[in-house]
Design a protein around this ligand. Sequence first.
Ligand code: SAH
Ligand code: DHB
Ligand code: MG
Length: 221
Amino acid sequence: MSSKTWTAVDDYIVASLFEADPVLDAVLKANRDQGLPAIDVSAAQGKLLALLVRIRGAKKVLEVGTLGGYSTIWMARGLPKDGKVVTLELDPHHAKVARSNFERAGVSDKTDLRVGPALQSLAALVDENAGPFDLIFIDADKPNNPNYLASAMKLSRSGTVIVCDNVIRDGAVVKHNSGDANIEGARAAFSFIGGEKRLDGTAIQTVGAKGYDGFAIAIVD
Ligand code: SAH
Ligand code: DHB
Ligand code: MG
């Protein structure tokens, strides 16, 4: 099966199950027009994040890696009125585009975007006692996965759901000593989750409009 089939099936999923969504279409158009890389989650994945927020009954969500805020908006939509997504982004241009997308989507009140290296922002959140978060989505620079997971543990409670994106990478995750920092980052996520007694997790391989990849999902004991 080709990636063309995967994209056609993603289109079918959206056409069958999702309402027309001119706002999210405009968000993705703004992201591309502003030169952001096309590494937003797919629509099907975004809706999964929104559903996980609802399934968890989450009120406080943390995201590491905002880009243009496409995944942030999906998660914000899954929150109750008084819910909040704190989202962390390094690149000021990405953050500016994301802020305007939050306005466009009417979720500015439900989002708290913090600009800077996520490791610093996470340390500040720990200092502020901003946790615990109910769901944490890790989707930034992959070599820092273990550091983000370690911070996530400090901002968690029993029952917190942690999702880590892009941990399969065309199946390259099984390569030892690949010399590729992104693949090593994916493997480090597996090592962390497998080695942390307080986490019970799995990973799901995915195909679709964004190719062959996957995510890890874990719950804090
Ligand atoms: N979650 C987004 C995609 C995020 S892409 C979505 O699905 O719509 C990864 C983002 O992480 C990029 O915007 C990149 O600038 C950001 N990033 C990379 N290194 C970072 C760091 N050290 N701290 C915070 N953000 C970082
Ligand atoms: C990459 C990052 C992502 O967050 C993603 O969803 C896909 C690819 C990357 O850096 O290659
Ligand atoms: Mg990703």
